[in-house]
Design a protein around this ligand. Structure first.
Ligand code: 6MZ
Length: 373
């Protein structure tokens, strides 16, 4: 098996040397910086070591589950691809992971690994998202899937991170399934569910004929909504229809026509930016031309996120470091970017105030230290 790929290389330049001393200094700062993660898919965020452990455990079990293990090991192999990768190669990987994360025990293991992994990277608040699934082979239902994730959140050993759940609808889901998922999100909203996401292969499904009505109902019920929008080109009609449901945040928002971008910017809808994921899946050519550049220049609310950290191998601290290196961002600008992301969270004002205090205390220590030294 090929070895697992490394996190992206953060290039140095004179600005980085002046502001952070070195790339190591930059990475150390970005690791220490308190961060929020608002766009992370659970099954795409499983640390490779955890996936391997799960696969090895399954391989030692029944014949059928051994097949699932083989599939997952092939994902670990695929993770070493990088240079030949494309967004169309991405979605088939998940069916292999799903063969392993299909009962409460494995879901708990996975959630604990994912949460601890983000905590260890200095993430202090996370909204994890996941698509509820049935699996007749284990008796898993969409409802027991959500219950398993929520119960894993409450038993997580990670104590320095606050965790919420966004329930995802897949673009391939029928309107009935989408409505059922919204029912479940409403049912569990007092237990940690904060919103609904629309995700999945952007080449599949049809927003108007599929999940739109369910998402309108979710909004009417007071749930927050985030939509993967414009991840690929030539979806202008769909993008306009998506904006008509008043999403609270957008994922990616890469290929917006002028009128769509004008509306998104005018309405100040925060965008979850996943730079490495976009570059590796080739929906964006390079970090330098990533659309976060324009958003930062125009002061549009932008949140740095990882998307599928288990597959793309880039922790959130690296996304900050890459932004600093690419767009010459100072320590203060990185802090402000992270701090402003608090405004975009789906949790209530009490949680926002708690986080604001946490961030302020960090800044007081960090920046007075810098002034005093
Ligand atoms: C590359 N960018 C992306 N664009 C759209 N959807 C994505 C995605 N990355 C992941 N997913 C969605 O998240 C699911 C895996 O996590 P959960 O099973 O929900 O936890 C994938 O099946 C896909 O539907």
């Amino acid at each position: 098996m090929s070895s697992h790929s490394k996190a992206p290389v953060v290039p140095s330049n004179p600005f980085i040397e002046q502001e952070f001393g070195s790339v190591e200094g930059l990475l150390e700062f970005c690791h220490r910086l308190p961060k929020l993660e608002l766009h992370a898919h659970v099954n795409g965020s499983i640390p490779p070591e955890a996936l391997r452990q799960l696969a090895e455990k399954r391989a030692s079990e029944t014949v059928d589950k051994g097949e699932a293990a083989k599939g997952a090991l092939s994902v670990l192999d695929a993770i070493a691809w990088k240079s030949e990768f494309d967004i169309k190669d991405f979605f088939p990987l998940f069916k292999h992971i799903y063969g392993l994360t299909n009962d409460p025990e494995s879901l708990t293991f996975v959630m604990h690994s994912v949460i601890t992994d983000f905590e260890n990277d200095g993430v202090r608040y996370i909204e994890l998202r996941s698509t509820p699934r049935d699996d007749p082979s284990t008796g898993l239902t969409k409802e027991s899937y959500i219950q398993s994730l929520l119960s894993a959140i409450s038993t997580s050993p990670a104590k320095n991170i606050s965790v919420k759940l966004i329930v995802s609808i897949d673009r391939r889901h029928t309107p009935e399934v989408a409505q059922h998922i919204v029912d479940l999100a409403i049912k569990y909203r007092d237990q940690g569910v904060v919103g609904i996401d629309l995700c999945g292969d952007p080449y599949a499904g049809d927003f108007d004929a599929g999940p739109k009505d369910a998402i309108v109902r979710a909004k009417a019920a007071g749930l927050k909504v985030t939509l993967h929008l414009a991840e690929i080109q030539n979806r202008d009609e769909e993008n306009r229809s998506m904006l008509s449901v008043f999403p609270d945040r957008l994922g990616h928002a890469t290929y917006m026509s002028d009128d769509v971008r004008d509306k998104v910017y005018k309405d100040g809808i925060p965008i979850e930016m996943c730079m490495t994921s976009n570059v590796l899946s080739r929906t964006v050519e390079s970090y330098e031309v990533h659309h976060i550049k324009q958003a930062l220049e125009e002061n549009h609310p932008s949140v740095l996120c990882t998307d599928d950290k288990g597959i793309i191998s880039s922790p959130l601290s690296y996304e900050y470091a890459l932004a600093a290196s690419t767009f010459s961002m100072t320590k203060r600008l990185l802090y402000d970017l992270s701090r402003r992301s608090i405004n975009a969270i789906f949790a209530d004002d009490i949680e926002k105030a708690r986080l604001a205090d946490l961030w302020q205390a960090w800044a007081d220590r960090e920046f007075s230290r810098a002034t005093n030294s």
